[in-house]
Design a protein around this ligand. Sequence first.
Ligand SMILES: Cc1ncc(COP(=O)(O)O)c(C=O)c1O
Length: 399
Amino acid sequence: MTTATATKVLSDRIDRIEVSATMAITAEALKMKAQGIDLADFGAGEPHFATPQHIKAAAIEAIEKNFTRYTAVAGIPEVRKAIGDRHAADFGTSYAIDECVFSAGGKLAIFNAIEVLIEHGDEVIVPVPYWVSYKDIIEFAGGVPVFVETSEAESFRVTVEMIEAAITPKTKAIILNSPSNPSGAVLPTADLYAIVRLCHQRGVYVLLDECYVYLTFTGEIVSGASCTECKEHILVLGSLSKTYAMTGWRAGFALGPKAIIAAVSKLQSQSTSNAASMVQRASIAALTASQKCVSEMRADYIQLRDRVLAGLKTIPGLTCTVPEGAFYVYPNVKNFIGKGGINSAADLASKLLTEAHVVTVQGEPFGTQEHIRLSYAVSADVIDKGVQRMREFLGKLAA
Ligand SMILES: Cc1ncc(COP(=O)(O)O)c(C=O)c1O
């Protein structure tokens, strides 16, 4: 009989990554709330709106009609058609059913796409600041994230020149997230298209994380996938979470070349299988009904953005770029680092939580050292209360 001699419990693969920083702060805030502490919570990146009624009704109907079994791994044809049709109507793209896979959340769609595209040592370009999960998802796959610094003075927008300078023979892909989590930066259309075209010419896959695309406030909602001549190198990674206030439902998708979508489905067939059947039906309702609920929520986010920006302006020492989309502000807190025992943005976020009872997320996991992120997908009252607490706390620090 042989005895297992392994001494290491966990794989190198899992040791390469860390728990999502946003999830960690959410957990801490939950603990404090459970103790009865009243928090102004700007932590979690999720809409404060309820899921619209017609979407809930579609899920309830699906359950009532016993639409509760396994479906095709990539999702039922109707949901994949609805996703392709929505994208075609909004952006002039053309994706057939076999160029679409429905997944249990946008994060899973990104994870799967990276897993099927990235070999050990492949480089993936990631503009800074970046959504926390990109780095870990790339590293889990064995890839190397190549961070491209942007300038705060240019509102954190990446340019085609910056991308061109970062491309090497090892570059396999780039992730673009416009509007951006955490900065709210929106790439000007010409720059977005120029980057997509450059990458296509160089054989670099463009992963368009369109999680917040419908929460763009510039009046123009744009997808890099509209450069249809570059389709062979484009993967659209979408989510219904923020657009339709559906974070808990876990509804996301990938659109792209048939062979890549087939590979994502193959991977999904060995992990989650299909996303929940009733969620697929609810997603069809979300995508095919009037999009009025989306424009109404967008209008509210614009008001909330303006309110939080106006509030932050009253805090001496704090500066903030004007976000043009998503629902985050990313103020610069460098003037408070080095004061009152605070040596980093992480220290500041931690003290804001424990001493001022304001939940924010430190900038470090997003790739910058001098910022904190606030999600303003909260009520106007929470904004007012939170900003006032920050003003008092930071005022004492500065004194
Ligand atoms: C930039 C970005 N991409 C993708 C996602 C994934 O969203 P979900 O998995 O809820 O669809 C998020 C969620 O916070 C995000 O902020």
